[in-house]
Design a protein around this ligand. Structure first.
Ligand code: ZN
Length: 186
């Protein structure tokens, strides 16, 4: 498969690419790096903090994220809750979850107009391969831990509308139906 990164676009629900289970990337080739760099560009252009490869129509286990530090998430927090610039994660795996669960509102670049509360572990330990091809392991907390879990869900075809708490699901029922009928009309 030859991918032209310039042609990649963010796909929206109910595009079937969002429901595929993504395959491991393995070696970080120049093509894989070019895709990751293009994803960073698309994420920034859309004002997002994370983007997974299935969201650009590629069934690879890859996500990018960029969670800027803020007053309530300084860079030196332990574990970190923000990134120092974009982070690229090939073949990410979560090896540990905290027992503590927190509920917070999430949105998704592939689900325009939809936001809802999702409950997730507050801290995780993430292993992944970076842009340099080296494997790394990191503990993550706060919004960064949430973002990584959201993106890894995408790699398994899971969306926030599957995980939202009941009230959010009801609130978004119409918006979800609108996206579905928009796609049906095309
Ligand atoms: Zn998403």
């Amino acid at each position: 498969m030859t991918i032209d990164p310039a042609n990649l676009r963010i796909v929206t629900y109910p595009d079937p690419a969002l429901r595929e289970k993504a395959a491991p990337v393995g070696e970080v080739t120049p093509e894989a790096r070019a895709v990751a760099e293009r994803m960073i560009e698309l994420m920034r252009r859309a004002d997002g903090i994370g983007l997974a490869a299935p969201q650009v129509g590629i069934a690879w286990r890859l996500f990018v994220c960029d969670v800027p530090p803020a007053e309530d998430r300084p860079l030196d927090a332990d574990p970190p809750e923000a990134t120092d610039g974009p982070m690229v994660c090939f073949d990410p795996e979560i090896s540990a979850f905290s027992d503590e669960l927190v509920s917070r509102e999430e949105g998704c670049l592939s689900l325009p107009e939809i936001v809802g509360d999702v409950r997730r572990p507050s801290e995780i330990t993430l292993a992944a391969t970076g842009l340099d091809g080296e494997r790394f392991t990191k503990r993550l907390g706060g919004l960064l831990a949430r973002c990584a879990q959201h993106e890894i869900d995408h790699l398994d075809g899971v969306l926030i509308i599957d995980k939202m708490q009941q009230l959010s699901r009801m609130k978004n029922r119409r918006a979800i139906r609108d996206l579905e009928s928009l796609a049906g009309a095309r």
